[in-house]
Design a protein around this ligand. Structure first.
Ligand SMILES: Cc1ncc(COP(=O)(O)O)c(C=O)c1O
Length: 408
């Protein structure tokens, strides 16, 4: 006898898997690369991955680590040099004093977020997540048995969560607030005052806060991203900062991320990791030490390139009638409003004539113009799509021309 998933009854999936969605961004990227492999000139702007190579000095540190035999198990929470480097780098940039014992190095920031959810959330706890949100948040929260409470924000507010909306969503089961600034998928950066107002709500309601700051160094126009625990004295006692090397140093494949948290939680997450994955890749950890302690000009260079691509993308997108987008202050995403185009399709008779949802719109764009974007619905906000501008300017220019043609 078969279960609904086509598995033998003996292998029927656990309840927690029933509603688990695959990552929409990775699914779109896979589709685009299949098309490209069959010779179709696809422009893939779906995935959040810098197109730059990992800087040479970081690769050399990895090669040296291999040659020196640093290829064995390491302590589960990371090698001491890397925990020390993360703590020193964060302390230097924020003015807070963080110790290596507060740092747990994981297999990417995604894994770090999983550790946090599993370690802090119980069945039925509610976690407030402003939408649009990064695709994995809701799924990671659900996997831990908790409930993601997705709070819609408005493009008129630059998709920022307002403190009154947060207060209105609180229930006796609210346990955690999850924030991402600079944001994936919107590129929006909260100001210190905006974050402080949210911090005050979190303190009043005794919430844990997870601050996903993985894009904190990719900010534009001379901005400085504000790290959440710096906003009020004592906030570090209720905050877990999540970050990593994937985006800042173009090291997505190396799989190194981390948490910075109060020490008892760090200890618990280290224990969890010791049972689940053991250590993150030893060679990658040595590369990450070189990233954090080596020359930082590579970060500034990539950031300058992202800013000039942001300028191009904003100029071209806002020139298309009906397209709106928030103020992009960092990261490498444009999350734009296509509701007018969808409404035109709906008025014209639905899917026969044109797409009426963001997912259908992305499918149609891929089929007709061979440009891969990700539907806003994957980020909890229908009527919009996300474009990554972590791609070379010529690709962006061609992709934007095709998008404009499709929208026309
Ligand atoms: C907001 C956000 N957090 C976390 C991650 C995960 O990063 P990593 O590649 O280090 O797992 C990503 C990657 O896209 C992201 O955009």
């Amino acid at each position: 006898m078969e279960s609904p998933h086509g598995l033998q009854a003996s292998l029927h999936l656990a309840r927690r898997m029933a509603s688990l969605e695959p990552s929409a961004t990775l699914a779109m990227a896979a589709k685009a690369s299949l098309m490209a492999a069959s010779g179709i000139p696809v422009i893939d702007l779906s995935v959040g991955e810098p197109d730059f190579p990992t800087p040479g000095h970081i690769c050399q540190a990895a090669e040296a680590a291999i040659r020196a035999g640093k290829t064995k198990y390491t302590p589960a929470a990371g090698i001491p040099e890397l925990r020390k480097a993360v703590a020193a780098d964060y302390s230097r940039r924020t003015g807070l004093t963080v110790t290596p014992a507060q740092v747990v190095v994981s297999c990417g920031a995604k894994h770090a977020l999983h550790n946090v959810c599993v370690s802090l959330l119980d069945e039925g706890d509610e976690v407030i997540v402003p939408a649009p949100y990064w695709v994995s948040y809701a799924e990671l929260i659900k996997l831990s048995g908790a409930i993601p409470v997705l709070l819609e924000t408005r493009i008129e507010d630059d998709f920022k969560l307002r403190p009154e909306a947060l207060r209105a969503a609180l229930t006796p089961r609210t346990r955690m607030l999850l924030l991402c600034s600079p944001s994936n998928p919107t590129g929006v950066v909260y100001s210190g005052d905006e974050l402080r107002a949210l911090a005050d709500c979190a303190i009043e309601a005794n919430l844990a806060v997870v601050a996903d700051e993985i894009y904190d160094q990719l900010v534009f126009d001379g901005r400085q991203a504000v790290s959440f625990p710096t906003l009020r004295p004592g906030l570090e006692e209720r905050t877990v900062v999540v970050a990593g090397v994937s985006k800042t140093y173009s090291m997505t494949g190396w799989r190194i991320g981390w948490t910075i948290s109060p020490e008892p939680l760090a200890k618990a997450m280290g224990n969890l990791q010791s049972q689940e994955t053991s250590n993150p890749c030893s060679v990658s950890q040595h590369a990450a030490v070189a990233a954090l302690t080596g020359p930082q000009e590579c970060v500034a260079e990539m950031c300058r390139a992202f800013q000039s691509r942001r300028d191009l993308v904003v100029r071209k997108l806002t020139a298309i009638p009906g397209v709106r987008l928030p103020q992009i202050g960092g990261a490498f995403y444009a999350f734009f409003d296509i509701r007018q185009a969808l409404a035109r399709s709906a008025a014209g008779g639905g899917t026969v004539l044109g797409p009426t949802t963001s997912a259908q719109w992305c499918e149609a764009l891929l089929e007709r113009e061979h440009v891969a974007l990700v539907a806003g619905s994957a980020f909890g906000t229908e009527g919009h799509v996300r474009m990554s501008f972590a791609a070379a300017e010529d690709k962006l220019t061609e992709g934007l021309a095709r998008i404009a043609r499709f929208l026309a």
